[in-house]
Design a protein around this ligand. Structure first.
Ligand code: PMP
Length: 349
């Protein structure tokens, strides 16, 4: 007889939205990928690691990701024992819940933000708590002291694109009895980071991904900075060889090429700001974005109609059925050409 854990039997599972099988035939603006290739140093490093015959793949990778950890730690100004690399930042979000929340414990996040936190909390059998935002993107009903085990703060927020100020984040760190995890998946497209708070408060963790700004979604790479005790706990939980040899050399090369990162980020932000201004001219309301996407609502408030219109032109954006979000669309920023094509459809429709 098949007897699942109750938490697993009861949970819905993550619903990622429509994913076309022929993704290369679409203008794909639905998952906040980077439209440009990663640094050319990444492909060079992967080729060098593979060599002529891929012989290096016989051996396991460095389980401690030591070189990549040191490079990332130097980049962000931490000792290496304050930093952990991961198989996408999703792995870190998952392992933070496993480290801090027992079955039945409460774990919170902002609604709307990254709904995958809810799935990970469900898997652990912990209790989901969400905190809502008011019209000015301020948290409503966040208590003077929050006793949940973790509060995930997506900063910049996805899908809305705004960011909480450092003062707001610091205030939340002081009000949380448990951990405050600042998910900075999109922070390279903004002008702020909560990393200095990791040194100031022992309950603050900052997570990053290489999927967006570094254009490495296909390699699955993320990292976190936290107190060494937290990093040590995350090291105990993770799969032993969670990063393969090619991912490790890719991470090292990408993190070392900061000039390339800055150039691409600037290009994407410029396209984002141009695209947002053009959408406003044709009646969309826009939330100023600090990510590589914009949340845009058409004048008639019918996000689904515009989603279907774009889809009929093989342009894929993200529409959420959630009542708080269904009036709008989250549109990832592609190349200037892709955004011009998108704009053309929207101008006609
Ligand atoms: N956090 C947020 C807010 C995200 O949007 C995403 C990716 N969609 C992630 C984390 C996960 O990123 P990764 O690819 O590193 O697992």
């Amino acid at each position: 007889m098949i007897v699942l854990r109750k938490a697993i039997a009861d949970m819905a599972g993550y619903v990622p939205g429509f994913q076309p099988a022929d993704a290369d035939q679409w203008i794909k603006l639905n998952t906040n990928e980077n439209p440009y290739p990663p640094s050319p140093k990444v492909a060079e490093a992967i080729r060098a690691e593979l060599g002529e015959d891929g012989a290096s793949l016989r051996q396991y990778p460095d389980a401690g990701s030591r070189r990549a950890r040191q490079i990332a730690a130097d980049l962000y100004g931490f000792d290496a024992d304050w930093l952990i690399m991961a198989n996408g930042s999703d792995e870190l979000l998952n392992n933070l819940i496993r480290a801090f929340a027992d079955e039945g414990d409460e774990v919170a996040f902002v609604h709307p933000s990254y709904s995958y936190y809810g799935t990970l909390i469900d898997i652990q059998g912990a209790k989901v708590k969400t905190f809502a935002l008011d019209a000015h993107h301020k948290l409503v009903d966040f208590p003077a002291r929050y006793s949940g085990k973790i509060f995930f703060l997506t900063c910049p927020n996805a899908p809305l694109g705004f960011t909480f100020s450092l003062e707001e984040i610091e205030d939340l760190a002081q009000r949380c009895d448990g951990m405050l995890v600042v998910d900075e998946a999109y922070t390279d497209f903004s002008d702020q980071t909560a990393m200095p708070l990791v040194k100031k408060y022992d309950n603050v963790v900052v997570t990053r991904t290489l999927s967006k700004s570094y254009a490495l979604a296909g390699m699955r790479l993320g990292l976190a900075v936290a107190r060494p005790e937290v990093v040590a706990a995350l090291d105990k939980i993770r799969d032993h060889y969670h990063l393969d040899r090619l991912a490790l050399v890719a991470a090292e090369a990408a993190l070392l090429d900061q000039d390339y990162l800055k150039k691409r980020v600037a290009q994407i932000c410029e396209t984002r700001d141009w695209f947002a201004a053009e959408l406003e001219k044709i009646g969309f309301s826009i939330i100023p974005s600090q990510g590589n996407f914009v949340f845009a609502s058409p004048g008639d408030g019918d996000g689904e109609r515009v989603y279907e219109l774009l889809k009929s032109h093989k342009i894929l954006v993200r529409h959420f059925s959630d009542p708080l979000l269904k009036h709008g669309l989250r549109i990832s920023i592609g190349t200037r050409e892709e955004m011009e094509a998108t704009l053309k459809v929207l101008q006609q429709g």
